[in-house]
Design a protein around this ligand. Structure first.
Ligand code: HEM
Length: 210
């Protein structure tokens, strides 16, 4: 059987292309995204990770096959909170946009009905660290940031990124997921890509018309 990580990569390739081509992502890469939109993006990612990190950790804790698959250092909620604090945003001020709120509600349902599907949602954010690492220096230059302050979410593992990503792939491939779980994991990953692209488009819409 095809390793789950190969299936995820192949079956979500078009979605990755679409996500990467979002005007917001392109502006991040060029260093032209207005800083307030960057902060709004962090706010939405914060809302996603507040639900995603908790639900994924719970799913891994409750199923012996998933034990240790996702661990504290990989989770992004705390880094997002720290980046937001750097920009003067308190966690309690953050509000989810409709696309983000809808995604969070779906993750709650998915976690209750098919806990392993959380790994599909999670895969997208874990994989996105690969591209984000390239973007972090551009973001720092664009906003005059130093060190990790304000970009700890975008570059959480520094030079260890490749090694941690390879290890995550190995752990995922070693799990004996059922056929149904594999289907749900892929569906969740596709949904996650769409939700992030939708949020990026909503945030960038203001830049385009403003
Ligand atoms: C300008 C924006 C982006 C760039 C330049 C970019 C670049 C990359 C690169 C170079 C990799 C390959 C890593 C490797 O195989 O060694 C990668 C992987 C990945 N990226 Fe992106 N990315 C971007 C945006 C995004 C976004 C917005 C998401 C999520 C919504 C995302 C999700 C992923 C995922 C899940 C993988 C892992 C693919 C796999 O299974 O191998 N990326 N990205």
């Amino acid at each position: 059987m095809t390793p789950i990580m190969d299936s995820l990569r192949q079956l979500t390739a078009d979605h990755h292309r679409r996500a990467e081509q979002q005007p917001l992502e392109q502006a991040l890469a060029r260093g032209t995204l207005p800083k307030d939109v960057y902060v709004q993006m962090l706010e939405q990612r914060y809302c996603v990770h507040r639900a995603l990190d908790r639900l994924t950790r719970d799913a891994c804790n409750r199923d012996a096959r998933l034990s240790g698959l996702v661990y504290e250092e990989l989770l992004q909620w705390g880094r997002l909170a720290a980046d937001l604090r750097h920009f003067g945003v308190a966690e309690e001020e953050v509000e989810a946009l409709p696309a983000t709120a809808a995604l969070c509600a779906e993750m709650e349902t998915a976690a209750a009905e098919e806990p392993a599907s959380m790994l599909g949602f999670y895969y997208v954010t874990e994989g996105s660290k690969n591209g984000a690492g390239f973007l972090a220096p551009r973001v720092r230059a664009a906003y005059g940031l130093n060190g990790d302050a304000g970009t700890s979410y975008m570059n959480p593992h520094g030079p260890r990124q490749r090694e941690l990503w390879a290890a995550f792939k190995e752990r995922m491939n070693a799990v004996a997921f059922t056929e149904l779980e594999r289907e749900r994991i892929v569906a969740a990953a596709l949904r996650m890509f769409d939700a992030i692209s939708e949020t990026d488009a909503a945030l960038y819409g203001g830049v385009a018309v403003g």
